[in-house]
Design a protein around this ligand. Structure first.
Ligand code: ZN
Length: 509
């Protein structure tokens, strides 16, 4: 029996591998669209991507795939039929089943309509944002919310919250209740911390803005990527309007950046952030490529990897002890009189602001919590679309103490809702919290961490993360993974402690 089951497992893996190959091709088309493609090709690229999406869906839901899956696990009730599989293989089967059920749950008509409406909505949203006119976007948002609710009904387990199935797409295993509870625990301490910071003298950071030649910024990026252990034989750095990372296989994991000629830290943050995402994809087991064991766990865990590098390393004093002299050498003008202490405070400046993607470490989670609360209310019908701008501004005032002067810098700023991506936002905050939980263990296991960072030794971090996160693929869901890899159940504590301790020192609270 066991032998036949291994044979069946291999067959299922092969079918899944075929779909993964198609996904990889589609990713490269998507990467090309944002980096290299001539503008005039956008229509045909849209067709190409649509064709690929159709092929991928067909491959993942084919009768062959279903049969191969059904030989090993009862698709209806999730009971594993196969004997003699390893526990890793059993985890993989559960993921395969979950993905399959999601893939077949949505009627084709619905998927097509969803794609049509959201692609129109993105165009409208862009104009609405440009013209600062929420009324333009509102009817589309209403339609999208209806569609998203329908989607949830197709996917939901009986009795679950409508938001659960949406969240589950990005953060498998996590429920609305879990996120609610976690966010409630961090919200008050962070708002209190922000209030204290605001009562103190602001740190100086004017020297971070000036003229910083593009070419030197790019060279500095290369140093960082090399030191992180980002192997250029398996990756590339290119440029795009919005930075991103894109992987088609562990041997091809690319990133992009955007150079601000007048902002010193923008590109550095992007490089560490996208580099963190890319290292995760590069570090997945190539032998498991095509199986859930060769896939990233969730968006939240992915974001824990990017934020680990961007904030926990890239805003760390020990790290800059090594890199600040190099930075000064590259950009002598403006930095010559600045010492490490001033620089460290400047890059960690906390200031309430309107735009999430530019937010500091302390205010960032509040931006996310605000969005989570509003989108949950929209889904539950507690909030009407027409009242969204007002509700947004009210929360901004309450959490940050500031009010946007228009919707452009308020509820129109993010692309997510126009894409129908409800349930996505929480993963941004979860990533920071997960990173803190991991970092606490790193500090315990590596007593000479600071010394290594001070010497610019970073490559061991990649190995550590490989051992703790990359190598498992999707064997465990987020919280289980964190427990397995740190030996401690995940809580918000490490995150809140970190923020309080760090900013107490910086602002002399
Ligand atoms: Zn990210």
């Amino acid at each position: 029996m066991a032998k036949r089951d291994q044979e069946n497992y291999r067959k299922l893996f092969e079918k899944s591998y075929d779909a993964k190959i198609l996904e990889g091709i589609s990713n490269i088309l998507g990467w090309d669209q944002e980096t290299m493609m001539p503008e005039g090709a956008s229509t045909i690229r849209g067709e190409q991507l649509k064709t690929m999406a159709g092929l991928i869906h067909k491959s993942k839901t084919s009768p062959d795939f279903k049969e191969a899956l059904g030989n090993l696990i009862d698709i209806k009730n999730g009971k594993i039929i196969a004997k003699g599989l390893s526990k890793e293989q059993e985890s993989a089967l559960k993921c395969w089943r979950k993905d399959y059920l999601r893939d077949v749950a949505l009627p084709e008509e619905f998927v097509k309509n969803f794609a049509k409406i959201t692609s129109e909505a993105q165009v409208v949203w862009r104009n609405a944002k440009k013209e600062n006119n929420f009324k333009l976007f509102a009817p589309y948002l209403e339609k999208i919310i209806e569609l998203v609710k329908q989607k949830s009904r197709h996917l939901s387990k009986k009795g679950s919250h409508l938001y659960d199935a949406l969240l589950d797409e990005y953060e498998p295993g996590m429920t609305t209740e879990d996120v609610d509870a976690l966010f409630k625990k961090i919200k008050d301490p962070i708002i209190a911390l922000l209030k204290k910071i605001k009562s103190k003298k602001q740190v100086k950071d004017d020297f971070l803005h000036g003229k910083f030649p593009d070419s030197k910024q790019v060279s500095f990026s290369q140093i960082l990527l090399d030191d992180m252990g980002y192997d250029k034989a398996y990756g590339r750095l290119d440029f795009s309007t919005h930075p991103f990372s894109s992987s088609s296989h562990p041997t091809d994991s690319r990133i992009t950046t955007r150079i601000h000629p007048t902002s010193l830290m923008s590109n550095i943050s992007v490089i560490l952030h996208e580099g963190g995402h890319a290292l995760y994809e590069m570090g997945l087991d190539p032998k498991e490529y095509g199986s859930p064991l060769g896939q990233a766990v969730s968006l939240g865990i992915h974001e824990s990897q990017s934020r680990f590098w961007e904030t926990r390393i890239g805003k760390n004093k020990a790290f800059w002890k090594h890199y600040f002299p190099l930075l000064k050498k590259a950009f002598p003008k403006g930095l010559e009189k600045i010492d490490l202490d001033l620089f460290y405070k400047a890059i960690n400046k906390v200031e309430p602001s309107f735009i999430r993607v530019e937010a500091d470490e302390v205010t960032y989670p509040l931006h996310v919590i605000l969005r989570f609360e509003l989108e949950k209310d929209l889904i539950e019908g507690k909030l009407k679309v027409k009242d969204l701008p007002k509700a947004w501004n009210k929360k901004m005032k309450e959490y940050f103490g500031i009010t946007p002067k228009n919707d452009q810098e308020g509820c129109l700023q993010d692309v997510h809702w126009s894409m129908g991506a409800f349930g996505y936002f929480p993963t941004y905050a979860l990533g920071n919290m997960y990173a803190a939980h991991l970092f606490e263990t790193l500090e315990k296991e590596q007593p000479d961490l600071e010394k290594k960072l001070e010497k610019g030794q970073l490559a061991f971090l990649k190995e550590w993360l490989k051992d703790k996160v990359y190598r498992y693929g999707r064997q465990f869901e987020s919280l289980e993974l964190l427990k397995v890899s740190t030996g401690k159940p995940f809580t918000e504590k490490a995150y809140v402690d970190y923020l309080q301790k760090k900013y107490k020192e910086i602002y002399g609270l």
